[in-house]
Design a protein around this ligand. Structure first.
Ligand code: PLP
Length: 383
């Protein structure tokens, strides 16, 4: 079996697994405890915060550990909306955000907030001027993802951040950086980002842990109350092994970014070209998209059917993002990119990782051809 679902969950680095095991065995004390073992666990968290901050070019006190990017995104969106409601109750986001942002916005909408969902163009690109045009005096937050998790489009964050702040300097700018970190250096200062979410398990770290950068001076309404952990913004005993292993993954992934791109981009380009050459398939990813995502549709064929066929042939792929892949509806992302329902139902996402080789791509290409041929025969027979 060849695994092509790195964007859903990437296999952890061996060092990450070892760190988790070591910390679980040796540092099980509660970091809030005042005895020596507790203080040592607390020191490990502090050190992890420093490592993550260095990788993001920010201050350690601006890094918050959560239970995953879903929580980070919920906290960024709802925490900002609730905290700053005296400034206004308007949010701007896009139609192609991950459900953890999108559904948070819908929830706020149901509670009386106004949300402007900006549509992308047909390639999944969000036009910065359209975001800026939506910003008003009462806009408390703009949330735009770095890289789309389904089709891999990279958003022009520099321009978006600049225009948002020019339109309203008090509007907070949140970036869901989950799918961008492995291939692109985060430039939080240049983007003028106030909030930035990251998910270690997408970058070969552990799952069940997340990061949220909260720029100094920004406060959030805590969604979890209880103890005073994480600056009082996120109560709950810290997951020390996962936090320490996350810092390892954030550092390693950052250090290997250039190598990741050098390996991935030629493989991605080769695969994109190959898919474009199969008449039954329609490519949904841009050539300048994320180095690890190739998305295409087989219009008229359900994505699950093609995915199952590929799995029979030894290739593990996804139909879209893992969170939405159990939904029977057409992809919200593809629909908002203007694809018809049959194309939006027939999506396949192949996401690459740094363990893949040219030989793996060749095997995937053969399997793709076989799968499409086999399904074409079945489809033809059913007519
Ligand atoms: N944001 C994006 C763009 C994602 O791709 C994902 C995961 O699929 C998330 C947020 C949620 O991350 P987590 O799995 O850590 O909750």
């Amino acid at each position: 079996m060849l695994y092509w679902d790195y964007a859903a969950a990437a296999p952890p680095y061996e060092e990450v697994v070892q760190t988790m095991e070591q910390i679980m065995k040796q540092h099980y004390a509660n970091p809030s405890s005042l005895h020596r073992a507790g203080t040592e666990a607390d020191r490990l968290i502090k050190r992890s915060r420093e490592v993550c901050a260095a990788a993001l070019g920010v201050n350690p006190q601006e890094i918050l550990f959560t239970s995953g990017a879903t929580e980070s995104n919920n906290l960024a969106v709802k925490g900002a909306a609730l905290q700053y409601q005296s400034r206004g109750r308007h949010i701007v986001t896009t139609e192609i955000e991950h459900p953890s942002v999108y559904e948070s916005c819908l929830q706020l909408q149901n509670m009386g907030w106004e949300v402007t969902f900006v549509a992308p163009d047909s390639s999944g690109m969000v036009e910065p001027s359209r975001i800026a045009a939506a910003v008003r005096r009462d806009t408390v937050l703009v949330s735009v993802m770095h890289v789309n998790n389904e089709v891999g489009t990279v958003q022009p964050l520099l321009e978006i951040g600049r225009l948002v702040k020019a339109a309203n300097h008090r509007t907070l700018f949140h970036v869901d950086g989950v799918q961008g970190y492995s291939g692109f250096e985060p430039r939080l200062g240049e983007w003028q980002a106030d909030l930035y979410s990251l998910s270690p398990h997408k970058i070969r770290g552990p799952r069940g842990v997340g990061l949220l950068y909260v720029r100094e001076g920004v406060t959030l309404f805590p969604l979890l109350t209880g103890g005073s952990q994480e600056n009082g913004l996120r109560a709950g005993t810290e997951n020390v092994p996962a936090v320490v292993a996350s810092a390892k993954a954030v550092r390693m992934s950052g250090e290997r970014r250039e190598q990741f791109n050098n390996v991935m981009i030629p493989l991605r380009n080769r695969l994109l070209k190959f898919v474009a050459g199969i008449p039954e398939l329609k490519v949904n990813s841009r050539e300048d998209g994320a180095p690890h995502i190739v998305h295409f549709s087989y219009p008229g064929m359900k994505g699950e059917v093609l995915a199952r066929k590929l799995e029979e042939l030894g290739m593990v792929v996804s139909t879209r993002s893992a969170c939405s892949s159990r939904l029977a509806e057409p992809s919200r992302i593809l629909l908002s990119m203007g694809r018809d329902v049959s194309t939006a139902l027939g999506g396949i996402r192949i996401s690459l990782g740094d363990s893949h080789t040219e030989a793996d791509i060749a095997l995937l290409e053969q399997a793709l051809l076989k799968a499409v041929q086999a399904l074409k025969i079945v489809e033809g027979g059913m007519r």
